[in-house]
Design a protein. Sequence first.
Lengths: 488, 476
Amino acid sequence: MIDAPKVDWLALSPTLALLAAAGVALLASVIGPAWFRRGFAAFVTFGGFVTAGVLAGFLFDRSPDAQPLLNESMTRDRWAALAAIVLAGAGALSVLVSWGETRRDHAGEYYALLAAAGAGMVFFVGASNLMTLFLGLEWFSLALYILCALDTHRATSLEAGLKYLIVGSFGSGILLFGSALVYGATGELGFAEIAAAGVTDDSLLLAGLAMIVAGLGFKASAAPFHMWTPDVYQGAPTSVTAFMSAATKVAALVLTLRVLTVAFPEQEHLWTVAVAVIAIVSLAVGNIAALVQRDVKRLLAYSSVSHAGFMLIAVAANSPLGGRALLYYLIPYSAMSIGSFAVVAARERELGAPVTLDNLGGFLWERPFLGASMWVFLLGLMGMPLTGGLVGKFYVFSAAYESGWWWLVVAGVIGTAISLYYYLRVLLAMWTRPEPTALRPVVAGGSPPRDPLLASAVFASFAVTIGSFFFVQPLIDLARDAADSLPF
Amino acid sequence: MTTALIFLPLAGALLVWLLPLPGRASGVLATLIGLAEVALWAVAVRQFDFAQNLQLEDRQSWFDDLGVSYHVGFFGFSLWLAGLTVVVCAAGIGYATWANPERARAYQGLLLFLTGSIVGVFAAQDLLVFYVFFEAMLIPLYVLIGVWGGERRAFATVKFVVYTMAGSLLMLASIIVFGLSQGTFDLVDSGVSSNDWVFLGFLAAFAVKAPLFPFHGWLVDAYRESPPEVAAILSGVVSKAAVYGLFRIAIAKFPEPVQEFQVPILVAATIGLVYGSLLAFRARDVRSVTAYSSMAQMGLIVMGLFSLNELGINGAILQSVAHGLVSATLFLLAGMLETRTGTSAFARLGGLARGRPELATVLLVVGIIALAVPGSVSFAGEFLILAGIYAEGWAWAAIGAGAIVLAAMYMLRLISAVLHRSRGEAVRDEALDLRPAELAVVLPLLAALLFLSASPNSITERNFPIPGSDVSEAAR
């Protein structure tokens, strides 16, 4: 008689809820009639994300102390729970954004894959062992590879999927190789056990650490591991881009800080410098490359590279304040990122063409709500007042300074200054009157179709962007509780 | 009280944006809100005890782990700067109602938003709150110039934003270093610092905002391309945010670096004063003259501040109010000239005085106050500044006095080029005298100037609680 291991179902419930949603949506898209699939799958997926968010909130409340799960392959703690809440929110908003996308086939599969990707991410952020880490990473990455390539009639979508698959697999390969080296050096897979093994400056271990950082850098689209980001963000269906830009970053960065602090506390003097350098490179590459973009999705992709840089500054700080800063920053960042891609999606649907700086002209006056929201998102990405973007940058810089990284503060300030130029170009484009010939709406006559779901997603993002500025204290309290589960 | 003063215009902005009123009606609503703000400020003045320091405080923790709180309140001197703000902004909004630009709802809402954020700057007693309002001013200005500005507005806005943000971001870094090393971001609770780099970060932001030579590159384009009421607010009020910042933060919190950098700053201010005056003398249109004279006047005000004695600082505050009113009136008048003639270039103007007595009188009176004729409020301000700077060295005062002669030259040149000489080609018979609505906007500003000319001590005696005390202590 084999003893069944004790399973903490509550800790797994957010993942399970999303998995169940994915399964039901997939089944419906196989057995349901054609008219029924899309609506049902979207509804179930949305419900899955909301349920996962609620369960994660419950989990957050019930796990003041970190507990190992499933034979110490995962951890139940507030760090993972808070990340799961943000992920679930990002997923739910992405479902709303996706609804208006007219897709002739694979409508049900689309939502099923979205839920599966969400489930993978929620699983991933709880990993406390190199094996579950890799498992979670591949889980959500596979779902995302397919999602990127889902619009098979568009060559750019296929290209995006393929590119992401190849570069992403390369990243995963590096991560796996690194994990193997770390295992070779320490004989352990669990994060805490790696630290406890007491191997300090073994070259195998250090090479493994470097490869793990690089592999996670691929997922966080931090430079120099960002090469796939602009092409994939541009080519993927915009709702997928919205989801990826927020959720993948949340998952990758949250786990990066966990694995580095839990498994490699002895090598702190090395990886903080490495992360700081990656942060600076991301700030430089992201901001400078964005200056010359004319395609708005590409521009936002480079902007997301630069934001990975900002958030890595918080990781490099390696302090409780840094942990708080990272979690706080992720909340308005996710909202601004999803919101801005949602607005791009809306414009794309009414033009039937990729959105560039040229055909964005006059958008602010034609669609005041979406235009003004886009303004707020871009101002937030710039770090202007009345948005959580400002407080996020303030926290990140404070964390960096407190840990003695004053030159990271300077780099961040310079990066922000450069970023103004390209964000301002988008803002400017939105109010400039377009050339009469440049405007060719798909819908002839009348205003473009209403999309209340997308509008509500934009409104929710708007509310989070502004709200996170005024209600910093409650969010910071949550982030503090979460960051307390990490050993700084 | 202070919170109400900040948030009344901000709430008003939301109201104007959301109520679907036609252009003129939303302008009237915005004007009423602007006037209500002036009334509220008057109530605040009545409640204020000028024998005390910081008052009308509101304080609410914002996030406690870094010691940041929403903390606002007024000193005597900052209450005057806020008063300048509400008066000039109300006039600007009133003028915009009369001019009725396209998309008036958006326009008026932005003007109200701007008003609220400027008042917030003058009331901020926490560094992050200060930064928030300081940056929040930039958003409406960017849009107001970028959308409703003149021909080269895109260039002007980008230049303006890049200049000011570069300064502000350095200030953000300084704020973080200062706040974390003090353990609080509160301006009242924190002590002083002697870190030169942090001081220079703050100085960068204020030097651009003022603007102080050699950071004035954005000035002329922004002032020339703005709609007249925006130029009025920009030169009259927004530049005073730098005065507040220099006094409340740079001088009050960095006593040692201030001593160290006093001479270089005075040199920059003096160069700004002389160079600005010379440029104003060479400028070819009303707006450019006013723009460069603003730069010169800001140089003079900074000289007063960095004399670091009570006379000079008192004069700087008085001169800030005086210059704010003068320059706002001049920009509004430039706008009125432009609507009549389509230009403000001297070459195409002239002879406007004939048959237009009201315009001639108003322009002449403002011009004479601007050139600091003895008995005017500008004279009082400049005199105090020069007396203050004399204590630091007679040469500063000598140069300053020389520049005042230049001021007389460029202002008289402006007056004669617009009003006198033979009739310019752009001046047609149909160009009317000032309309009642325009007078209603300009006359209150003029009345305030004349009142202050009659009794400048109504401000100078109410700036600091104890006359003769160390004023930079008083600002702490």
